[in-house]
Design a binder for this molecule. Structure first.
Ligand code: CS2
Length: 488
């Protein structure tokens, strides 16, 4: 059956199965700019904006795509409306109206800068993934990164979010406008200060007082964002079409659970965040570390070991008893001791809730999606826990298993001639092809990846030993040693 396409004109025809925006879109104003309108943004921050708009018309979003114009192509034809399906129990569908436009840089550079310059823009958020920050292995801005080099060398920065932010802030300072708050929503530890240092480093190349102004006058709150968001598939497109009676080219989905914690700074309090369930907290690091290490650390563990064991989704990997047992021990015995702040009972409840989310059968989250960008994700998710465990004299054998599984995964991709989505893909595949299944040699090859393995750690005999043993134990099929939870 041919259905009408979702748009402003057809919105009133949406069936009851899909909730419509509870406000008049035409009366809303853009006060929020977002870089990276992928599925996570549309399922998470735009959902909160949608709810803010019910009581305050200032928070419509102007989104900026830096990589692909795909989202703009799909959504411009439906007036930037799209469906969000909340999974679990009876799925609920909500039509989100918070996006006003999607600009595609570099073509729309001037329009992006006009939005950044406008006094009414008070919030700028980013979901550009770990690699979008253009950082070197030391966590500082990498001036040789091609996008940064381009933006530094040009009077018209238009490739990196860092270049755009610096130019936008420069213009606001020139005009005496209050700076916007810059809210990184990516899975980086200390995401706010990390981004501030990167923008200030970029700005310092232009003008040192400007860089100092950024450091002292612009708010870069830390944040923790959490909601599991599987990629859109044909089944979702069909499901939302049935619920709404309208065709949506690019709906998004996420689990019902969603959390957003933002550092409580005066510049952030421009919106009534509490009214839509966002937590403002003096110290975000407690939430942030627990989430990155337990939720994302668990995800990467399931992804690499699970793929070796022939599993394809998170829920399927959680039904693999030895793997699920291994994961639970890793979380409780190896990761939890690295978290300071929350007390034991709270941590234990957080782990219970996380395991429950991972088991959720209504969330079809592909392991291959999580396996992307391992070279950037693993240092944050598991290697930092490992290096602290080493320093504190705690065991690292279990923590070594998901890292070794990543190496095995890369080798398997290289041998099968499969593509790898990772900023270091070329180098990884070359290393993978050179591997010979001799654990010492294979591991030594990968340890030359300085962006992932800090040289001090790669030279630590206990670390190398643990990795070699784990690599051997796993074999190509992802066997889990009985002592670590595996076995029948
Ligand atoms: C996942 C995250 O793809 C991944 O690497 O671990 O996207 C994860 O689903 C979110 O961070 C959950 O909040």
């Amino acid at each position: 059956m041919r259905r009408l396409r979702l748009s402003e004109a057809t919105l009133t025809q949406a069936r009851r199965g899909a909730a419509r925006p509870g406000y008049v879109r035409g009366a809303c104003r853009v006060g929020w700019v977002h870089f990276g309108p992928g599925a996570f943004h549309r399922a998470h921050q735009a959902y909160y904006a949608d709810r803010l708009l019910e009581r305050d018309p200032r928070w419509a979003i102007s989104a900026v795509s830096l990589r692909s114009a795909g989202a703009r192509e799909a959504l411009s034809r439906q007036d930037y409306l799209y469906c969000l399906a909340e999974l679990g129990g009876a799925p609920q569908v909500r039509i989100i109206g918070a996006l006003r436009e999607i600009l595609a840089a570099p073509a729309d550079r001037d329009a992006v800068l006009a939005r950044l310059e406008a006094p009414e823009t008070r919030i700028v958020t980013l979901t550009v993934t770990e690699k979008g920050y253009c950082l070197g292995p030391d966590g500082q801005l990498d001036p040789r990164h091609p996008d940064i080099a381009h933006d530094l060398g040009s009077a018209a920065p238009a490739r990196s979010p860092i270049g755009f932010l610096a130019e936008g802030l420069w213009r606001r300072r020139e005009h005496g406008h209050t700076p916007f708050a810059v809210v990184s929503c990516d899975n980086l530890p200390d995401n706010g200060p990390t981004l501030r240092a990167a923008v200030a480093a970029f700005a310092a190349r232009r003008d040192r007082p400007f860089a100092r102004w950024i450091e002292s006058e612009v708010a870069f709150p830390r944040t923790m964002v959490d909601s599991i968001t599987p990629a859109t598939d044909a089944e979702l497109i069909e499901r939302v079409a049935e619920a709404s009676g309208l065709e949506d080219a690019w709906p998004v989905q996420r689990e019902r659970f969603t959390q957003w914690v933002i550092e409580d700074l005066p510049e952030v309090r421009v919106a009534d965040w509490a009214s839509v369930g966002v937590t403002l907290a003096a110290d975000v690091s407690v939430y942030d570390r627990a989430k990155l290490r337990l939720v994302n650390g668990a995800h990467s563990t399931l992804a690499y070991i699970g793929l070796l064991r022939g599993r394809s989704t998170v829920a399927e990997a959680m039904r693999d008893a030895p793997l699920a047992r291994f994961l639970e021990r890793l979380m409780r015995e190896d990761i939890a001791p690295s978290l300071h702040g929350p007390g034991r009972p709270e941590l234990s409840a957080y782990i219970d809730a996380t395991l429950e989310r991972l088991r959720n059968p209504s969330v079809r989250h592909r392991l291959a999606q999580i396996a992307w960008d391992g070279s950037k994700k693993l240092p944050v998710r598991l290697l930092s826990t490992m290096s602290e465990a080493l320093a504190a004299g705690r065991p690292i054998e279990r923590l070594a298993l998901p890292i070794a599984a990543w190496l095995r995964f890369v080798v398997a991709c290289a041998r099968a001639g499969e593509a790898l989505t990772d900023p270091a893909a070329e180098r990884l595949l070359a290393l993978g092809r050179a591997c010979t299944d001799e654990p010492e040699r294979d591991v030594a090859r990968f340890l030359t990846l300085e962006d992932t393995f800090a040289p001090r750690m790669a030279a630590e005999p206990a670390f190398v030993r643990a990795l070699v043993n784990a690599y051997r134990a796993l074999g190509p099929g992802g066997a889990i040693p009985a002592a670590q939870g595996g076995g029948a």
